[in-house]
Every structure is written in C-alpha cells, then in structure tokens.
Design a protein around this ligand. Structure first.
Ligand code: NDP
Ligand code: 8X3
Length: 250
C-alpha cells in the first residue's frame, strides 16, 4: 500500500486529492494549518485507510522539519509527495502591490514547497523510489496583467519541477507538474481577502474546473505503471483558452 503526503489537504484540490487517494486505499499524511479541518479529515478517511495529520505552516522551516520528522515509523516511507499548498494573495498592478502579499506568495508557493521537498526527498533518494507531483498553474506558463508576483511564484514552481526531474532522474524518482487553469475552490476567497462577492464572480458565467477534476487527474498520474512519468500537464476548463481568454456568458 502506497503512502502519500499531501500539503494543503484542508481545502480545494488537496482535500479532493485526499478523498480520491483514500478511495484507492493509499495511506495518507495530510497537512495544513487549520487543525479542525485536519481532525475532520482524519474522521472522514480513517474507515478507509490509515491517516496521519500534520499541522504546520509551510513558511516555517523548523516547523516543517519537526512535523515531517515526527511521522510514525510505519508511515515514514513516503511514496507520493503532492506539493499543493499555495495561494494567490492580491491581484494588483505592480506599482500598487503589497509587499506582504509578495512575501506570502513567494514564501508559501516557492520556499514552502522547497522546505517540504527538502525533508521528503532524502528518503526517496535512499530508497531509490518515489513520485513527486508539483501543483503549478497556468500562471506558471503565462503571465497575465496584475498577476505579476503570483505568476512569478508559479513560474518558479515550473522551473523547480523541471530541475527536480533532472536531478532525481538518476534515482528513478518520478517528478511531474499539474498546471490547472480556473478551479472553483477557496483560492479566490484567499486572493481577494474574504471578499466573497468578488471571489464568486471569478467562477460565474461558465463552468470552472472542480477540485475533483484535478484530483482525478492526479490519481491517474500516480497510478500509471512505473515506466510512465506524466511530466507536465496543463488542464483548463473548456471555456478557458489561455490565462486571459475566457468564454464568459455574463
Ligand atoms: P485553496 O485555497 O482551496 O487551498 C489552499 C490550501 O493550501 C489549503 O489547504 C491551505 O490550508 C493550504 N495552505 C495555504 N497556505 C499555507 C501555509 N502557509 N502553510 C500550509 N498550508 C497552506 O486553493 P486551491 O485548492 O485552489 O489551491 C491549491 C493549489 O492549486 C495552490 O498551489 C494553487 O496555487 C494551485 N492552483 C489553484 C488554481 C485555482 O484556480 N483554484 C489554479 C491553478 C493552480 P490551510 O489554510 O489550512 O493551511
Ligand atoms: C490559479 C489560476 O488564473 O487565477 O493559479 O492564476 S489563475
């Protein structure tokens, strides 16, 4: 039975992926900052599989190390790492950007991903096995107006994904990225700092992707035979042609 560690499992894509993985009886290490949601997930999935939760902020290097080193021995050998935790903070022209938003996006989406990977990769290298899925974005393939620093953070994920695949190739470790377009999750609520109306408007007038669509694809990717590595996928809602072209009816 495979063991998977998912960051950002308390919401959206991460939570849906946990559900799909639980149905496949993967053992789950679920991470996030919202403790009550982690407790709910533990209850929800413990009838299906073994679940361990870790409550930490990916920005905190020491907390990341402590949490991952605290994983019980029988779950320590992580087969699948889903680097999913992340968000956009703000959507502002560069001249009006908030430096705290910039810090948050670079610290969480880029450095947080690296801190978690740094704790998990050595075991994979030692065992000469493992599969890392990095959740990028269309924002890592294209830059759009006002997306500046979020796009930079996801371009960094794209570069890290490619670099990881090259460096870990000699150990037989699979590395790939899933880059979604618009997915209706709590993402826009975070981006617009709790402005629910503005957040809901992002997903109106067309059918956005659901978190489950991405979870289904991640599950497909990690259940391919060992010789198959899906390296880089761009997944868009049918109504979206690019970061800026969206067939909205309202
Ligand atoms: P959600 O806001 O629904 O989920 C974000 C998850 O990240 C939550 O579980 C949150 O958990 C976790 N997280 C955020 N900050 C931290 C932190 N500092 N430390 C630990 N965990 C953190 O958004 P999505 O599910 O949509 O986003 C998941 C990933 O998908 C992100 O990397 C996002 O950039 C990417 N993405 C999203 C798209 C979209 O349109 N929704 C499109 C393309 C990519 P908690 O708050 O409990 O810590
Ligand atoms: C999330 C999708 O278009 O808001 O990464 O950047 S977008």
């Amino acid at each position: 039975m495979k063991t998977a560690l998912i960051t950002g499992a308390t919401s959206g894509i991460g939570r849906a992926t946990a559900t799909y993985f639980a149905k496949n009886h993967f053992r789950l290490i679920l991470c996030g900052r919202r403790e009550e949601r982690l407790a709910e997930l533990q209850d929800e999935f413990s009838g299906l599989t073994q679940v361990h939760t870790l409550n930490f902020d990916v920005r905190d290097k020491e907390a990341v190390a402590e949490a991952i080193q605290s994983i019980p021995d029988d779950m320590k050998n992580i087969d699948i790492l889903v680097n999913n935790a992340g968000n956009a903070h703000g959507l502002d022209p560069i001249e009006n950007g908030d430096v705290d938003d910039w810090d948050a996006m670079l610290d969480i989406n880029v450095k947080g991903l690296l801190y978690v990977s740094n704790e998990v990769i050595p075991g994979m290298v030692e065992r000469r096995s493992g599969h890392i899925i990095n959740i990028g974005s269309i924002a890592g393939k294209e830059v759009y107006p006002n997306g500046n620093v979020y796009c930079a953070s996801k371009h960094a994920v794209d570069a890290i994904n490619q670099g990881m695949r090259m460096d870990l190739n000699q150990y037989g470790i699979r590395v790939g990225a899933i880059n979604p377009g618009l997915v209706a999750t709590e993402f826009s609520e975070v981006r617009f700092k709790g402005d629910t109306e503005r957040a809901e408007n992002v997903y109106k007038g067309y059918s956005p992707l659901k978190a489950e669509d991405i979870a289904d694809i991640i599950t497909f990717v990690v259940t391919r035979p060992y010789h198959v590595n899906i390296a880089d996928l761009l997944v868009l809602p049918t109504a979206q042609a690019s970061a800026t072209i969206l067939n909205k009816k309202v």
